[in-house]
Ligand binder design. Structure first.
Ligand code: 5GP
Length: 180
């Protein structure tokens, strides 16, 4: 698989170091509170798994799934809930865990949906941010890395369902996209 990677943008040591720092910061901010981490499937599950092990506060996790890119690399702008949460969020401290914020449409939609359910607090933790592509403004409270406007894979992020298991963030060779 690695032979299909054009370049590595963020290696696994950089990722682990950043996540440890984020985990410490979030734990400090939520000291004395219980937090419900809402992971946006599927891309954020690897980030969530590492992040919760870097956190030292009482926490629960839940999962929400939305439609995203499908098999192409361009956003349709249409957001649809495919799997809703198991836990109610009313009165809880919610931390939304996203893999990447691109246009911001997905995050904006999920945030407005969760706000209607009256959480006690609602914050966002995103692993990656591509600010150049933003269509709607969204506030990211905790961020892993800012990246340039390139389609990336690895560390949970896919292309056509694959490459989620790469332990780094990378860009694929052009030939992968033309193979379809
Ligand atoms: P947005 O709604 O912000 O445009 O897109 C958010 C979703 O699009 C992300 O959760 C992710 O699933 C997908 N996405 C955006 N940029 C990339 C990218 O560079 N690589 C991959 N694999 N997915 C992306």
């Amino acid at each position: 698989m690695q032979e299909l990677v054009e370049k590595v943008l963020i290696n696994s040591q950089e990722i682990q170091k950043r996540i440890n720092d984020l985990g410490k910061r979030i734990s400090r901010d939520y000291k004395g509170k219980e937090v419900l981490l809402v992971c946006v499937l599927k891309g954020a599950f690897v980030f969530l798994a590492d992040l919760i092990r870097a956190m030292d506060v009482p926490l629960k996790v839940d999962f929400i799934a939305c439609s995203s890119y499908g098999s192409s690399t361009e956003s349709s702008g249409v957001v649809r809930i495919l799997k809703d949460l198991d836990y109610p969020v009313e009165g809880k401290h919610i931390l939304l865990i996203e893999d990447i914020v691109d246009t911001g449409l997905t995050l904006n939609y999920i945030l407005s949906l969760l706000k209607e359910r009256r959480p006690k607090s609602l914050k966002v933790c995103a692993f990656l941010d591509k600010p150049e592509r933003r269509v709607v403004p969204v506030k990211i409270d905790y961020l892993g890395f800012k990246i340039p406007n390139e389609f990336v894979v690895g560390y949970g992020l896919d292309y056509n369902g694959q490459f989620r298991n790469l332990p780094f963030i990378g860009v694929l060779k052009q030939e992968v996209y033309s193979q379809k």
